[in-house]
Design a binder for this molecule. Structure first.
Ligand SMILES: [Mg+2]
Length: 254
């Protein structure tokens, strides 16, 4: 199939719970769609809380050589090898977290260590090692109540950093988000239509700047509140939901 405007459409996708199954981290149900997008020469850009090491290790399985965004909008890596850092370094972030340890109960990836990351994420050892190679953010397991969490998030903001809720962790990172990465990519590619897919609160900034926002269903009781020119919601989870929304959308656009 020939796409007359291959460079004008971009797909930006979250990985965990969106393109990848929440439990087995596999994209199986979405693979035929990824193939079809590849044939249409539409870049599928991962916009993930994952690390650069994690994405580089898995993207060969997807035959994906597009640009990608890591650690919740902290850095963009382009196919020509160039990169753009939008966030803060992990050392800067951990210096701030160390100041707050006496007032709040949480465990960071550094605290958990490799065995703790394995037991919390269910990742195999090799995957957990890649997940631990963070450059621009620190995920943490929250151990205090919700009220303390709200005040912790304010303290983080006062120190020039931000917090984002992911599927499993509260992420602390520099002042950036997945939406900021999207707007830079829109300009870089001069894109006319951006389809974004996500399932969690840390995807809202990305979904709200997309032309077509695809919200993937989760087990969370409250659906994500998303305002975009067009919002589609799946009934199925993860890659099944990805395929459920993208199949009719590609039929419609192309
Ligand atoms: Mg997700």
């Amino acid at each position: 199939m020939h796409n007359p405007f291959p460079e004008k459409t971009l797909v930006l996708t979250d990985l965990d719970g969106t393109l990848l199954d929440h439990d087995n981290y596999r994209p199986d149900e979405a693979l035929p769609l990824l193939k079809r997008l590849g044939e249409l020469a539409i870049p599928v850009i991962a916009n993930t809380s994952k690390t650069r090491a994690e994405w580089l290790a898995m993207r060969a399985d997807f035959s994906n050589e597009a640009a990608f965004v890591i650690e919740n909008g902290s850095a963009i890596f382009f196919p020509d090898g160039k990169s753009l850092v939008l966030g803060s370094t992990r050392d800067e972030i951990n210096a701030v977290l160390d100041e707050l340890r006496t007032q709040y109960r949480f465990e960071t990836f550094l605290d958990l260590g490799l065995s703790g990351i394995i037991s919390t994420t269910g990742l195999p050892e090799a995957g957990a090692k890649l997940a631990s190679e963070r450059e621009f953010s620190e995920p943490l397991v929250w151990l205090d109540d919700d009220q303390k969490k709200a005040s912790f998030c304010e303290e983080i903001a006062r120190r020039g950093l931000v917090t984002l809720e992911g599927g499993r962790f509260l992420h602390v990172l520099g002042k950036t988000d997945k939406g900021r990465a999207l707007s830079i990519l829109r300009e870089h590619y001069d894109a006319e239509c951006i389809i974004a897919l996500g399932d969690s609160p840390n995807d809202i900034a990305m979904l709200e700047q997309a032309d077509i926002a695809c919200v993937i269903a989760t087990n969370r009781p409250d659906p994500l509140t998303v305002s975009a020119p067009r919002v589609l919601r799946s009934t199925q989870h993860g890659p099944s939901g990805w395929a459920e929304l993208m199949t009719p959308l590609l039929d419609e656009i192309f």
